[in-house]
Design a protein around this ligand. Structure first.
Ligand code: DPP
Ligand code: ZN
Length: 859
């Protein structure tokens, strides 16, 4: 195992100015000829040796400046080819054979449903040819793809097509990408695909051809992605002054894909789940995901491609910034308040736990074994929060000046997170020195707040503390912006100073700070509005204060956060046996009824406010964790709320029903609330629940309705569930993405007995160990969102065995799924021991990817 460390970074000895690739695809073997124009790097220490990465390549020949190299003139071992005695400039030609047909790891060149495609980020290009596979080597690419004409009529690569020809049964196309790029942005596709084509006219009047490719049967599922793409292109021009730069923008949908999508220059490659959308087969959440992922990858054209990362420790430079960009885009396209709550929900319920577990790492980590394991919520979501804080600290106008400076100064370069912050600092004239700790310090800060009513006014005292994380015991104070207001008894914000401002941003940058406000009445603090910093905020709210925040606060995040606090407190008491479910539900009832009464203002927001935190999130508050007790408490509260408000759930279930299909935000919000109401109705044991669910299932207007009904039937074991599952499978057996949902609905049904269902699903003829989406739909659902089934002896055993099986095919996916076991150290001793044994057994045969994750979890 080799550890790569940020402090060891050295620039490459040689640069590759241009690459000429010839990829000759034949059944059983693909031959790759590459010609690299090497030049000594003026920025590096003088050396005449250079290292090229190469993995799984069958080397046929190497030639330097036209002279064939014999085996004594280079060293090739452990994936590294080292050449010494290189002149100032040289041309290296290599010929290698690769085996894409048997590439189940899905990195480099591989085959998905008969189509050849690539995934090179982070380190896939080394599986295609010899190359300095690091993002700070940027080259212009000229790529020729050759294949059988009939079977692969479409031959694509980055940039623009510049030549093509035919040779008997075969044909070839040459593509040229004028923009220098790191090899992780290389892409190639050869297949027989359908195309949806459109045109976008950029702000300067250039025409760009937009081409979205998918299997022929999926041609009718590309319209939403196309609309999203055009919106994203326009938005980036308006919001960031970023114009698209090539003549063609292509997206190809593939079924076998490790990630969500990939921003390869001019030729994005997408997981079908993140690009295909049709109301009949895709849920509303799926539609929103497509919109945001299409935008995300498009935005990378500037934040990632034109300006890229110097090394992989800087991954958040492009990912955090681009997630922030796609979040703001989605907020502008839909309800901004709802989008913010969804993003925060995701962060606090997934990234915060990562920070508390064995995989905790800084947004700019110091070291890694496999970079694939660091495509994490911390790099992406927390990274986005750090950019968002800078956006708010500078204000929209200054932030735009800073990003203009960033894009102008670093265009065509590979840079660092510090370079990004430097631009913020220069434009704003503020010292961002302390702020930069957000990048280097791992863990979630806890901000404890107490208030005090004194004769001279109201006081708030803030204390910050970041718990230790693996390898980082000592933590320093961070810069924490706290947007806040003080609400009076009517829920109105009171003036905070002589100027009469009713909202303020407090900057907490020391361990402890106190702020005074000239306020004498009794107030409720509304803190961290808009979730102004990624911290855990502790304040000892009274129940009536939380109810007031939930009802009156004008800030969507604070309303949601108040609801979460109420639910968690209630369930915590149930876990500890300190209360009864009906008492808790009765106490919550008035506040929930207020939310329901106002649901018409924003159905989606009401749904977010009425939804209980997940069982997993509840478990994260309890240590040592007894998943069975947590499950019980969660079920009890849900059932009790279902009973207490059953008249409301019934009327929402029936009255929100639409008569015709609409796909706008309001219609989606109605469906979301309706599905939730139906779920509560079933939880409360209402006799009408099954009838309503079956009716909806029989005649749905769209997949959100159909799947919502199915989920309610299956998760509550209602009569008709078995039949609906069979019917659904029959209806959708040919739609892989819909069948993924069929698998995951079953694997996520709460309760211990689901583990037997999961065992059967893994044996189902439609289960395919080689398709990441399918594997995630069962194993991801089990381990990630079904703690009561997962945390059983059988659950652990089945999970560990499956993990080993996935790992043998696809190490990246195995390592990703293994992360679900990161809560090991929180478990009560009995379960902890069982899980430990199972994981230990997998470790013996684990790939490097899986080993890194398991070793951390087991340590
Ligand atoms: N494809 C992944 C993303 O866009 C990695 N770059 O986030
Ligand atoms: Zn990205």
């Amino acid at each position: 195992v080799t550890t790569t460390r940020l402090k060891d970074y050295l620039p490459p000895a040689y640069l590759v100015d241009s690459v000429t690739l010839d990829v000759d695809i034949h059944d059983g073997v693909t031959t790759v000829t590459s010609e690299l124009a090497l030049r000594r790097n003026p920025a590096a220490a003088v050396s005449d040796a250079m290292m090229f990465n190469g993995e799984g390549l069958t080397l046929r020949s190497l030639a330097l400046d036209g002279k064939v190299l014999d085996e004594n003139s280079y060293r090739y071992e452990d994936g590294e080819l080292v050449l010494s005695g290189l002149p100032e400039k040289a041309t290296l030609v290599s010929v290698v054979d690769i085996d894409p047909e048997n590439n189940t790891a899905l990195e480099g060149l591989y085959v998905s449903n008969g189509m050849y495609c690539t995934q090179c980020e982070a380190q896939g290009f080394r599986h295609i040819t010899f190359f300095p596979d690091r993002p700070d080597v940027m080259s212009s690419f000229r790529t020729t793809v050759r294949a059988d004409k009939k079977r692969y009529p479409l031959l694509l690569s980055n940039g623009n097509p510049v030549a093509q020809g035919e040779e008997g049964e075969r044909h070839w196309v040459t593509w040229e990408d004028p923009f220098p790029k790191p090899c992780y942005l290389f892409a190639l596709v050869a297949g027989d695909l359908a195309c949806l084509e459109d045109v976008f006219v950029t702000c300067s009047g250039r025409e760009v051809a937009l081409r979205l490719y998918a299997e022929h049967r999926d041609l009718d599922k590309l319209d939403h992605a196309m609309a999203s793409l055009k919106n994203a292109m326009r938005w980036d021009e308006h919001t960031y002054g970023c114009e698209y730069d090539l003549d063609i923008y292509m997206i190809v949908a593939v079924s076998h894909f490790n990630m969500g999508a990939m921003e390869n220059k001019g030729l994005n490659i997408f997981n079908t789940a993140c690009v295909l959308a049709h109301p009949a087969t895709t849920t509303d959440a799926g539609f929103q995901r497509v919109e945001s992922v299409v935008a995300h990858e498009y935005f990378h054209n500037w934040s990632g491609n034109r300006v890229t990362c110097r090394d992989w420790f800087q991954l958040s430079l492009k990912e955090g910034f681009t997630v922030f960009r796609d979040q703001m885009f989605s907020a502008d396209m839909n309800s901004a308040a709802v989008k913010r709550v969804e993003d925060v929900d995701f962060l606090v319920n997934h990234q915060f736990p990562e920070d508390q577990g064995p995989m905790a790492h800084a947004v700019r980590p110091e070291e890694f074994e496999k970079i694939d394991n660091f495509y994490t919520l911390t790099i992406y979501e927390k990274g986005a929060e750090i950019v968002r804080m800078q956006y708010h600290l500078l204000g929209a106008e200054q932030f735009r000046k800073a990003t203009d400076l960033y894009f102008a100064r670093f265009d065509g370069q590979a840079v660092t997170c510090d370079d990004f912050v430097d631009c913020m600092q220069e434009v704003s004239g503020t010292d961002m020195g302390q702020f930069r700790r957000w990048y280097s310090q791992a863990g979630t800060p806890v901000l404890s707040v107490v208030d005090q009513v004194a004769p001279e006014g109201y006081r708030l005292t803030f204390r910050q503390h970041t718990p230790p994380t693996p390898g980082q015991a000592e933590k320093l104070p961070l810069v924490i912006p706290v947007r806040m207001a003080l609400l009076d008894a009517q829920g109105e914000p009171v003036p905070l100073d002589e100027e009469g401002r009713r909202e303020q941003v407090l900057i907490i940058d020391q361990q402890e700070q106190t702020f005074h406000f000239p306020v004498s009445e009794s107030v409720t603090p509304s803190l961290l509005r808009g979730f102004s910093a990624p911290v855990v905020l502790e304040f000892d709210y009274r129940k009536d204060q939380l109810a007031a925040l939930l009802s009156h606060d004008s800030d969507g995040y604070c309303r949601w956060s108040a609801a979460q606090r109420l639910y968690f407190a209630a369930m915590d008491r149930l876990v500890k046996g300190q209360s009864s479910p009906d008492l808790e539900a009765a106490a919550l009832q008035p506040a929930l009824e207020q939310v329901i009464d106002r649901a018409g203002e924003d159905f989606a927001q009401a749904a977010l406010l009425l939804m209980l935190p997940s069982e997993v999130a509840l478990g994260d508050r309890h240590s040592p964790l007894d998943p069975a007790a947590v499950h019980e408490a969660h079920q009890q509260l849900k059932q009790a709320i279902g009973r207490a408000l059953q008249a409301h759930w019934l009327s929402l279930s029936e009255n929100l029903l639409a008569t015709e299909l609409q796909m706008d935000g309001v219609a989606m919000g109605r469906r979301q609330l309706r599905n939730l109401a139906l779920d509560y109705l079933a939880a409360g044991g209402h006799p009408e629940a099954a009838r309503i669910a079956v009716e909806l299932f029989e005649l749905p207007l769209c997949m959100s309705e159909e799947l919502g009904a199915l989920r309610t039937l299956v998760h509550h074991g209602l009569s008709g569930a078995e039949q609906a599952l069979a019917q659904f499978a029959q209806r959708w057996k040919d739609e892989a993405l819909v069948m993924d949902q069929w698998f995951s609905v079953q694997a996520s049904a709460p309760g211990e007995s689901t583990i037997d269902v999961v065992a059967e699903l893994l044996e189902h003829p439609a289960f395919d160990w080689k398709v990441p989406n399918r594997v995630r739909s069962v194993l991801g659902a089990l381990a990630g969102s079904n703690p009561s089934a997962f945390n059983t002896p059988k659950g652990y055993q089945l999970f560990a065995q499956a993990l080993g099986r996935v790992d043998a095919l696809n190490p990246q996916i195995a390592a990703r799924i293994a992360n679900a076991a990161a809560r090991l150290h929180r478990l009560e001793p009995g379960r902890q021991q069982l899980l430990r044994q199972q994981l230990q057994a997998v470790l013996e045969t684990a790939s490097a990817n899986l080993r890194e994750v398991l070793t951390r979890i087991l340590s």
